[in-house]
Design a protein around this ligand. Sequence first.
Ligand SMILES: [Zn+2]
Length: 54
Amino acid sequence: MVDEKLLGIIACPVCKRGLVYDKNGSRLICENCRLRYPIVDDIPIMLEDEAESY
Ligand SMILES: [Zn+2]
């Protein structure tokens, strides 16, 4: 489970906008860039290279 406070301050490294937490997929989604950032061991991987486009 990712800390809700942490989620409030995390922004997309590409566009600097807020992210949507996908609890089921355990990942963070930037709807603006259409990228999905993985969460590994409860740590969001905020790297554009690691993100999956959709
Ligand atoms: Zn973005």
